[in-house]
Each structure stands twice: as C-alpha cells, then as structure tokens.
Design a protein around this ligand. Structure first.
Ligand code: ASP
Length: 329
C-alpha cells in the first residue's frame, strides 16, 4: 500500500459553522479528520501532519517555504503528498511550490473544500478521497484536485465562490478527469535527478489592474526603487490606455528608467496575451514590457517572486519569465 503524507494548513475544509459563517477550530477539526482516517486507509497508508492552521488569505511566501521544506524533509518516506489548503490562495501556493520544488518524481496534490468537512453537504470528503487516490498515482508535479478534475497547479485558478466546481484551468487540459474511473490525461515530468528545494521568493513585485480612468497620478506615489517587477493586468490581448492623461506609457518609461521588469497578463482568463495585435500592445512592447503569454496571474506572480529571489540580472529574469520552467506557459 502506498504511503501518503496528509499535510494540513487550514482553510474552509478545517473550519466549523459559526453563526452565518465559518471559522477555524483546531480541536473540532482534528476530531472530524480522525473520524475519516480509518476509511481513507482503504486507499493508502495515511499519516497526518498539522503544519499550520490559517485561512489561506493570511498565507505568504514564508508559508510556501514551510510547505516546500515539509515535502523535502519527508520526501523519501512517502510516495505522495496531499496538502489540505484554503481555496482562496490555493492556486498561488500551488504555483509557488511548482517553481520551488524541482525534479519532482512524486505527486504533490493540493485540495480543500467549499464547505467545511463538518457540514452535512460538504464537498470535503469527495475532494479528500480523490486527492489521496491521485497521490497514489504516477503524477510527478504539483496539482490541484477539486470536484471532478486534477489540474496542473500553476495553470489553475479559483473561478467560483459558490460552486463546488471552484477551480478551472482555462489554458491547459486537466491532468486527470475524475469520474467512475480516474482518466489520466497528462503525465509530464519536469527535470530528473534528485529533488531540489529552491523555495525562495521575493516580495518586490507589484500587480496593477488596468481599468478605465485609472489615474496615473496615483502611480507617482510608488517607490520604484523598491519594486523590481510590475505585472499589469491588461484588457483582452494585453491592452491598456495609451492616450491622453490616462496613458500608462509614462509609467512604463519610469519603470524602465528604474530597471523594473514590466510584464503584461490579461484580465481575460482564456487564451494568450499578444502584444503585437493592437497599437496599445505594440506601444507596451516599444516601452519595454514583456508578455505573460497565457500564464495565470498566480503563475506570473509567483514565477517573478521566484526569479527575483534567484537572479539579479533583469535580462536573465525577462528571458526566464518568457520560458516555460515547469509547464506554466
Ligand atoms: N477563506 C477560505 C480560505 O481560503 C476559503 C476556502 O478555503 O474555501 O482559507
């Protein structure tokens, strides 16, 4: 029987009803989880590991490092890893770990739920059972198991607040479809050799959402000597205002003067940024921006955080950002 490490980090799955809402309750959670374990043991030999206990909106790079260290420390003892995690930032954590944990030869599967495990209509049990089963299989990367699919972690994004089908992977086919049978669709491996834990992330990245009437004066307050990369969430194929007082081009020029990497992703989930298509995109290119292509915001952000922590040269960072490192492009 395969050995699976079940790492707990909090999230709704571990919460309890509180008035009209839910809240974290470590004691109640450990009772609920331990009731499930005997049945889960039909699928795999499971060891639980409480790492931290947070709503995932409170997580940051220090938690991603704890997760990567935990997988690294236990790597030889287990065949697969399941990480129970809140849905709000699950795609950020999964993306960050995909860049941090290299040469994976075992599955690292994130899952969580839309309703607490303790709630009668919860989706938690189904997601947990599926994630454990997937963690016994041949996947060699970081994935997100939710509802009836396993997604590549750095391609997934939270798409619904209210549906049990909370995640999607707009630009990449799921790694597996979960029905009566589990149908594996993609079995890739990124790198071979021993596991490398490179988890280290810079927080010198700023994300800017373009919108009509975005006042460039607000951007003058940004201290560009402290920011090393900016991600602009543009419209459609990567456009934003380039005319009159609302033009973002002077901001791009200021970024270039400060050696800040400027990348463009889209507010649209499906398909790829193409900065050659419209005048605005071409202007962005002329003013020193680079395309995030079809990356999710979560992947683009964590990739830049990862690259900035490992490389100093803007040219290297820009080149690596535009290259697929672990299937994110
Ligand atoms: N706020 C919760 C979290 O991300 C939401 C969830 O788990 O679904 O921790």
């Amino acid at each position: 029987m395969k050995k699976i490490l079940l790492i707990q980090t909090g999230g709704t799955i571990a919460m309890n009803a509180k008035g009209a809402g839910v809240e974290l309750d470590p004691e109640a959670w450990s009772k609920v989880l331990y009731e499930e374990i005997p049945e889960l043991s039909e699928i795999a030999e499971i060891t639980t590991f409480p790492l931290f206990f947070e709503d995932s909106s409170d997580l940051n790079a220090s938690h991603w490092i704890q997760l990567a260290d935990c997988v690294e420390n236990k790597y030889n003892e287990y065949d697969g890893f399941v990480i129970l995690h809140g849905t709000d930032t699950m795609a950020y954590s999964a993306s960050a770990l995909s860049f941090g944990l290299r040469n994976l030869s075992k599955p690292v599967i994130f899952t969580g739920s839309q309703l607490p495990m303790s709630s009668i209509r919860s989706d938690a049990r189904r997601n947990l059972v599926n994630a454990i089963e997937l963690a016994t299989m041949d996947f060699k990367e970081v994935g997100i198991c939710f509802s009836d699919a396993l997604f590549r972690g750095n391609r997934a994004t939270k798409m619904s607040i209210g549906d049990f089908d909370a995640f999607g992977s707009p630009n990449f086919t799921p790694l597996a479809d979960i029905g009566i049978q589990i149908q594996t669709r993609v079995l890739d491996q990124f790198g071979s050799g021993d596991l490398q834990n490179l988890a280290s992330y810079s927080d010198e990245v700023f994300v800017l959402t373009a919108h009509p009437n975005l006042n460039p004066e607000f951007l003058e307050g940004l201290n560009l000597s402290k920011i090393k990369a900016v991600i602009i969430r543009g419209f459609g194929s990567g456009n934003f205002c380039i005319k009159g007082t609302y033009s973002l081009l002077p901001f791009l020029d200021k970024c270039r003067e400060h050696d800040v990497v400027v990348t463009i992703v889209s507010q649209a989930d499906f398909d790829s940024v193409d900065l050659t298509q419209y005048t605005a995109g071409r202007a962005a290119l002329d003013h020193g921006s680079i395309s995030g292509n079809d990356m999710t915001l979560e992947a683009a952000l964590t990739k830049l955080m990862f690259l900035l922590a490992h490389y100093d040269s803007k040219t290297d960072i820009e080149a690596l950002f535009q290259k697929s490192l672990v299937g994110e492009l």
